[in-house]
Ligand binder design. Structure first.
Ligand code: UDP
Length: 260
């Protein structure tokens, strides 16, 4: 199957290799449980998600859910694995020039240096970490658009967390005239800078990456993982029993919100 439906989202069933071989232009989102929960409640997020050309599975829990539903996704492609793989794949492709947008002051710049050192060329041409609350400030957003437009970049990696990064892209994507590939990758810039530790591989592989992240940043993440995302299990059970009422994104505008 090319696409796997989990609740109201269709996830592309690609392997990482297939994705890298096919990816010439477009918007990539990396859905996880938290995104799917937000997609049940936040109509603006649903609208922003509709510009995603590629939606690849970021989460082992979604992998389990797809298996439970009888439509397994073939490979987990988390954002934090995708960026290093993308850079390696395009190591010698001079048309690929990346701009990093996100993380706290100075962090994106550190990530830029580390990636360029590892790849052996200036694959990341520029970076910017916007100030807290920037998305409310139109002048700051326009400034970001100008910085990106004058950077020579052809790829934008945006790491502001969901739903901020998807909503920002929805609003400003068309102003970014020279960007061909847009990737919304959450905390990946932090991981690349070495500012935040990634979960050990074994934890990600069995679906415990969330627990590792929760233990690292309990204050920020407890609500997300222990409160907001728990209904996911119940909703998947509803889907399995054909009781989940589908939201349809028609013309990016009208859809019904399923109440659970
Ligand atoms: N972030 C940011 N600006 C903001 C809010 C968040 O740069 O206004 C960054 C934050 O520093 C972190 C990332 O966005 O690097 C959020 O990561 P989160 O864990 O929420 O994303 P996930 O990987 O779970 O989607």
């Amino acid at each position: 199957m090319k696409r796997i439906k989990i609740l109201n989202l269709e996830i592309d069933n690609w392997s990482k290799k297939e994705l890298l071989d096919n990816l010439k232009s477009g918007v990539i989102f990396t859905p996880n449980v938290d995104h799917i929960i937000k997609l049940q409640r936040d109509s603006e997020f649903v609208r922003a998600y509709s510009i995603g050309d590629y939606k690849v599975c970021d989460s082992q829990i979604l992998m389990y859910a797809s298996k439970f539903l009888g439509t397994p996704i073939k490979e987990k492609i988390s954002g934090s694995d995708l960026l290093p793989a993308f850079c390696n794949y395009h190591r010698n492709n001079e048309d690929i020039k990346i701009f990093l947008l996100g993380a706290a002051q100075g962090i994106a710049n550190n990530a830029q240096k580390k990636i360029n050192h590892r790849i052996g060329r200036m694959i990341v041409v520029n970076s910017y970490s916007p100030p807290f609350g920037f998305e409310q400030d139109e002048a700051e957003c326009q400034k970001i658009v100008d910085i990106i437009n004058s950077s020579d970049a052809t790829v934008l990696v945006i790491g502001l967390g969901a739903p901020k990064q998807e909503k920002w892209l929805y609003k400003y994507k068309d102003s970014l005239k020279y960007i061909k590939i847009f990737m919304a990758l959450g905390a990946t810039i932090d991981f690349e800078a070495g500012n935040v530790k990634r979960a050990p591989k074994w934890m990600s592989e069995i679906g415990l990456e969330w627990l590792f992240r929760l233990l690292c940043e309990p204050k920020r993440l407890w609500k997300r993982y222990l409160l907001d995302d728990i209904p996911f299990l119940f909703l998947i059970l509803k889907q399995k029993l054909n009781l989940y009422i589908n939201k349809d994104m028609k013309d990016n505008q009208t859809f019904l919100i399923d109440k659970y």
